[in-house]
Write a protein that binds this ligand. Structure first.
Ligand code: XMP
Length: 209
């Protein structure tokens, strides 16, 4: 389990999101069944996460390691609200190829920055089975990180195996395949400004008899 000896600022428990009444914008209504987390709600929670992380790390030489590609939107918003000098690098890890089930992990981009002796915060879009963050934190520890914590926008605890828990969590989501705000299905839907639920027919089209 990743750990850091630094003190932790209390952060309110991540809200469990079930549904939202927000209307799916017309441009996205063909493929998106519902808005799960509206844009404004994401923005408010990202500000809370950034405030807690800033309080914990403002006097440290923090290295933020963000996992590609799903963190692009979350990282950009989170990082710009961390009001202290930090270093950032990107790691390419891919566990989903083109479907909605977990596959093997492949590194598609290695870090350029030396992590030895650093306080490292790993940022990911969603914690699902925990395989990705377990492997990545193990790798960073082996590379010599002095302290490790993890921050995820979404936590989907229903499919977890192995007991991995993130240190900073935005929202707890139900056992649904979610897209938007950086999260994709077959590399699509990353540009949605909200987190939404994909229509079943998009990922499981009925086959003609
Ligand atoms: P694990 O199972 O390793 O998964 O914790 C982490 C990675 O899996 C992807 N993932 C999803 N991507 N909608 C997505 O767009 C989902 O509901 C979903 N669940 C898992 C994601 O890339 C994450 O980093």
């Amino acid at each position: 389990m990743p750990s850091s000896p630094l003190p932790r600022t209390p952060l309110s428990a991540p809200p469990h999101v079930r549904t939202s009444r927000a209307v799916v914008p017309r441009g996205h209504s063909r493929d998106i069944a519902a808005v799960l987390i509206p844009q404004l709600r994401i923005q408010r929670r990202v500000a809370e996460l950034a405030a807690a992380i800033s309080a914990d790390y403002r006097d440290q030489e923090l290295l933020v390691v963000a996992l590609l590609n799903g963190t692009v939107a979350f990282l950009a918003d989170l990082m710009r609200q961390m009001e202290f000098p930090l270093t950032m690098d990107l790691m390419g890890v891919s566990s989903y190829r083109s479907g909605t089930t977990s596959g093997d992990l492949a590194y598609t981009k290695r870090l350029k920055v030396d992590v030895r002796g650093r306080q490292v915060l790993v940022v990911d879009d969603i914690l699902d089975t925990g395989k990705t963050l377990t492997a990545v934190t193990r790798e960073l520890k082996a590379l010599g990180a002095a302290g490790l914590r993890t921050c995820v926008l979404l936590d989907k605890p229903t499919s977890r195996s192995g007991g991995f828990e993130a240190d900073y969590v935005g929202f707890v989501v139900p056992h649904l395949f979610v897209v938007g705000y950086g999260l994709d299905y077959a590399e699509k839907y990353r540009n949605l400004p909200f987190v939404g639920v994909l229509k079943k027919e998009v990922y499981a089209p009925e086959t003609p008899e």
